[in-house]
Ligand binder design. Structure first.
Ligand SMILES: [Cu+2]
Length: 419
């Protein structure tokens, strides 16, 4: 299947998510995956961990927390060797997480380094109409080169977001978005030990190109968590017994059912704020609709390496084409031999499934600047995943929250071959 080879199998390099990639990403100006952070304001509240990203710093000016977002175009490495021209904030897409406390007065300066006007809408934040950032409706646009100030007092807590509200189709498609997390005033309210934030996104980036196509409405091919795709996503590392919150934002065009293995969680919040304990419900998958956020909470009481991923199976794959016939169950034997005479190196694929493509990753040449459709190696072999996939690593003992490596399953606790 020539078209399979050309369109679907886009393997060029073996992908190994590791420290060398993180170092290289840092050297290119991308944020350090888990930078050292000062103690959180106001006590022992767990800070937000934006894996592969960071929290936006602020300065105090006359009792106001002043933040500065810079909108611009950046080159971002979604996975080793796969560079994408994104629009974002302060060097990345998503932009840095804004973290503040209920009751804070915040001033957010926004400088526009884009070639066209923009604005910033504070999604779900309760504020005066003139601060809402809908270009033309609540205020003027920020023209290229200009800096505007948005200033308001936070009178809620919860998981909110920020994004442009002007040429939205293009600016959001190219990556302009970020999380805006407001902690409760009382640090004991909703207290957790680990607090993770993920921003999902869907992109159309044709293999071999680096510009996301903002005209795409439905046929996306790259699915990211905090601006990276598996296996370049970092694991959530927690200690056994810790209370964990995972916050997910969705400003893509598609909903994402986010599934956690090994644990049940309670859905504890939306972009409408925290859900009172008596009204929470238990799930192992939470649907994160378009244009909203979901928080989930659980006790990490099950040591191991647990998959955390969008449950749409096409969202846990990397660059792919959907324009090929269904070859599952089709015997290509004789035709393959005939084509092989004409096209050196041709090999038939897809009859028994597509897992065979995974084993080809890194062996066959593909277009430059893309990522294998299915990738990632675990302790027992290839994982055949991509896109919106990462892991929750629960350990009884931890020296730090750096990746502790693969779980060493106790003897007799791994499924075994019987025939
Ligand atoms: Cu999804």
């Amino acid at each position: 299947m020539i078209w399979l080879r050309r369109n679907v199998l886009t393997a060029a390099t073996a992908l190994v998510a590791g420290s060398s990639f993180a170092r290289r990403a840092a050297a290119q100006g991308a944020p350090d995956p888990q930078p050292p952070r000062p103690a959180p304001q106001g006590g022992a509240r767990a800070p937000i961990t934006t894996l592969q990203g960071r929290t936006l710093p602020f300065v105090m000016k006359d009792g106001v927390k002043e933040f500065h977002l810079v909108a611009g175009e950046y080159t971002q490495e979604f996975a080793p060797g796969f560079r994408v021209k994104v629009w974002g904030y302060n060097g990345s897409s998503p932009g840095p997480t804004i973290e503040a406390v209920e009751g804070d007065r915040v001033r957010i300066l926004v400088t526009n380094k884009l070639p066209e006007h923009t604005s910033v809408h504070w999604h779900g934040v309760l504020l005066p109409s003139g601060m809402d950032g809908v270009g033309g409706l609540s205020g003027p646009y920020i023209k290229p080169g200009e800096t505007y100030a948005y200033e308001f007092t936070l009178r809620q807590n919860g998981t909110q977001m920020y994004h442009p509200h002007g040429d939205e189709m293009l600016q959001i498609a190219l990556g302009m978005m970020g999380m805006f997390i407001i902690h409760p005033k009382d640090p004991d309210e909703g207290r957790v030990d680990r607090d993770f934030a993920w921003m999902t996104h869907a992109w159309k980036i044709d293999p071999g190109t680096s510009r996301p196509n903002p005209a795409e409405m439905t046929d996306f091919n790259i699915w990211s968590l905090n601006g990276r795709i598996f296996p370049a996503t970092l694991p959530m590392v927690v200690k056994t017994g810790q209370r964990v919150r995972i916050r997910v934002g969705n400003l893509s065009m598609v909903e994402h059912p986010m599934h956690l293995h090994g644990h049940h969680f309670e859905v504890s919040g939306t972009d409408g704020g925290p859900i009172p304990p008596e009204r929470r419900w238990r799930e192992a998958t939470v649907q994160v609709p378009v244009g909203t956020t979901r928080d989930v909470e659980f006790i990490a009481d099950n040591p191991g390496d647990w998959a955390y991923h969008c449950h749409k199976s096409h969202h846990t794959m990397n660059a792919m084409s959907h324009a090929f016939p269904n070859m599952v169950g089709v015997n290509q034997g004789e035709a393959a031999a005939d084509i092989g005479k004409l096209v050196p190196g041709y090999m038939p694929m897809g009859r028994t499934g597509m897992a065979e493509m995974q084993s080809m990753s890194g062996m066959m040449p593909g277009p430059r600047n893309t990522s294998p459709m299915m990738a990632g190696r675990g302790p027992y072999g290839s994982m055949e995943m991509g896109g919106m996939f990462t892991t929750l690593k629960v350990r009884d003992e931890l020296a730090s929250y750096d990746d502790p490596g693969w779980y060493q399953a106790p003897a007799g606790t791994v499924a075994w071959r019987v025939a």
